[in-house]
Every structure is written in C-alpha cells, then in structure tokens.
Ligand binder design. Structure first.
Ligand code: SAM
Length: 290
C-alpha cells in the first residue's frame, strides 16, 4: 500500500528505498516525509500547535466527539455530523475496506472508522503528542488498531487506488492547495471508492466566507497574539471554487446537510438578518465523475 514519497516506487516501511529515502518510526508513528517536506511544513506545524494550545484544544477525553473537555458548542454540531457520517458509510460502503483519515490530528475519528469495519490509516503533518498523531497512541493503548503516517495530504505516500474511503474531517481547509489534495485523494482512491470532506466551513458565496474569515483572523490575532499568517492558515470552502477543483480532477460531488441543532440554526438566522452568513458544515460526498 505504501509508496516512497521521493520516487513513488512501492515502499517497505522497515527498509530504505532504492532511491535512498529512509522511513523512520517515532513512538509508533511512521514518518514518510522527505527532509524538504519537513522543512516546508515546519512553520505551519509550530504555528498551528501554538494557536491550538492558546485556543484550549488538545488533551481531550478519548471519547470524542462525545464528552469533550472544551469547545462544547463546536462538538455539539460535530456530534450530529458524526452520526450522519456513520449512517452514510453503513449505507454506501457496508463492506468496509482500507480507509484514509487525512489530517487526522489525534486520530479520534480514525478509531471510529475501525469500529465501523474499515481498516484505517491516519495521516497528518503533525505528529505532536497533544493534538497530533502521537496523541493517537492512547487509542492503541486501549485496543484500537490503525497505522499512523506523517505525510502531507497533497502528496500522499500511498499507491494508486489503495483506499475505498478517503476522509478529511475538519482538515481540507487547512491545506494551502486544496485542488492538489483532491487530486491526491482521487489518485489513491479505489475505482468504486468515496471521498468524504466534512467539518470544513462551507459557504455558497466566496464574499460571505471571506468576510467571516477576515473577522475570525482578526479576532485570533487580538485574542491569542499569533501572527496573521498563522491565524489565516485555516481558510474556508465555497461552492464555485470547490466545484472547479472537483471538475479539474474529474470528480463530482453532492452536499449533505446534517441539521446543526437549534442554537446554530438560530445564530444563522440572526446572521442573515444582519446580511452576514454563518458557515455551514455539510458532508461533501465526492466520487469519480460519471
Ligand atoms: C483541526 S485539525 C482536525 C483533526 C481531526 N481530523 C478532527 O476531525 O478533529 C486539522 C488537522 O489537519 C492537519 N493538517 C493541516 N494541513 C495538513 C496537510 N497539508 N496535510 C496533512 N495534514 C494537515 C493539521 O496538522 C491538523 O492535525
């Protein structure tokens, strides 16, 4: 299933590739990033960890999306999306198969994929112990089984067609080149597989997303003292750009909208009154265009 990140030949995780690339393991996480990739993502990783710490993320209970330690309003919406995802996967991929959790963070959703009958792999550029792949070791300690691989989602170290499910939860909008990531998701997807993008902020119109993003960035800079670059790294999805990226990659998609609950529904209505829009968090089901 693995491919060398440098030469793309099949890779044995326990030996150096013929091209000279050497896989490494640290606390159980397989590191498949080249030194160039590691350098390219270092600033993001440091900035992301600082921001997440100041925002009070990480160190959560193992039972996510239930019983979170903080950010209850976000997790309440995510619980609904999570339940909808479970039903959707049972219906559309009942036989399971290999699954990729792209931008897996602490792997809380990776372990659910395993419970639902998939054989999952967690991928992230962050292998940190609080909020990154090494935090996922806690699940392995209580009997879950999955592989953790440090790699960027826009250059995946896997062979073509390796996965029946590629999932990006709360992750695609962090990626500086979403079209490249979608292209990689398609490359590693089995012919009858599904890509699911969820928990990313979604707007029908770019101007609504841009306005919300701008005020979010300003608030993060003021509140947490991080740079604009760090605060602005997480962006948003909007229909025209996502449709263009999907079409460019030969993909089609449908938008499934789980009900976000009364609180978010009322907040969205009030925002409309003031000519603003709140982000929606739909489940985007993406597959090869017919
Ligand atoms: C907000 S967290 C989401 C974690 C988890 N998927 C969840 O649903 O809670 C976003 C994750 O995406 C990762 N990430 C951001 N850009 C990435 C990239 N280009 N390739 C792989 N992972 C990336 C971050 O390191 C982080 O762990």
């Amino acid at each position: 299933m693995l491919a060398c990140p440098r030469c793309r030949r099949g890779l044995d995780p326990d030996r150096a590739c013929a091209c000279g690339f050497e896989p490494k393991r640290r606390d159980g996480v397989l590191d498949l990033m080249t030194p160039e990739q590691t350098a390219a993502y270092a600033a993001f990783r440091d900035g992301y960890e600082t921001l997440r710490r100041r925002e009070g993320w990480g160190g959560d209970d193992l039972e996510l999306p239930f019983e979170p330690r903080a950010h209850h309003d976000i997790w309440t919406v995510r619980q609904r999306t999570f339940k909808r995802l479970e039903g959707l996967l049972r219906q559309r991929l009942p036989e399971g198969g290999a699954a990729l959790d792209a931008g897996a963070g602490n792997c809380w959703l990776t372990r659910h994929l395993e419970h639902w009958g998939f054989d999952p792999v967690a991928v992230d550029v962050n292998d940190g112990p609080v909020d990154g792949l090494r935090a996922g070791g806690a699940y392995l300690g209580i009997g879950d089984h999955f592989e953790r691989v440090r790699a960027p989602m826009e250059s995946l170290p896997f062979r073509d067609g390796a996965f029946r499910l590629v999932l990006a939860a709360d992750a695609l909008h962090y990626c500086p080149d979403m079209a490249a990531a979608l292209g990689e998701f398609k490359r590693v997807l089995a012919p009858d597989g599904l890509i699911v993008v969820m928990d990313s902020p979604w707007y029908e119109r770019e101007r609504h997303g841009a306005r919300a993003w701008e005020s979010g960035v300003r608030a993060m800079v003021d509140r947490h003292g991080v740079s604009r670059d760090v605060a602005g790294r997480s962006r948003f999805l909007f229909r025209a750009a996502f449709a263009a990226d999907a079409t460019r990659n030969g993909l089609g998609f449908e938008v499934i909208r789980p009900w976000p609950g009364w609180r978010r529904t009322l907040e969205a209505a009030s925002a409309r009154f003031y000519e603003r829009r709140l982000a929606a968090f739909p489940i985007l089901v993406v597959r090869r265009a017919a």
